[in-house]
Design a protein around this ligand. Structure first.
Ligand SMILES: [Zn+2]
Length: 114
């Protein structure tokens, strides 16, 4: 949970994630049996999510990305449990849960930012 209607994350190869500073200061919290979340210990900003089943990937909170990187087309996950007052108005693919839970295509969760 993050307290908002939705959050935007990008699945990035762990080898391609480079911190300019502060990585050793991050606070890590096991938020479920499947993964952990990492936060800024000063302001509480969500930094990334790491899933045990995908050890080579970090799901980086897009709010911490500087600039305007080119992004692949995204998709919506956990639509089956979204807030009823939030309408999704774009045409991106929607999953009631995570893609791997529905069609076994876990690769859709990792799209390299280039
Ligand atoms: Zn901070």
């Amino acid at each position: 949970m993050h307290g908002a209607a939705y959050a935007s994350f990008a699945g990035v190869s762990r080898d391609d994630v480079h911190f300019q500073s502060g990585e050793s200061d991050l606070t890590h919290y096991r938020s479920s049996t499947t993964g952990k979340r990492s936060f800024c210990p000063t302001c509480g900003s969500n930094i990334y999510v790491a899933l045990d089943a995908e050890p080579d990937v970090l799901y980086v909170a897009m709010g911490v990305i500087d600039g305007n990187p080119p992004l692949p087309r995204g998709y919506h996950i956990y639509v089956g449990s979204k807030a009823p007052w939030h309408d999704i108005t774009d045409d991106l693919r929607q999953y009631d849960k995570a893609p791997a839970d529905e069609d076994g295509d876990a690769d859709q969760g990792t799209q390299k930012l280039t």
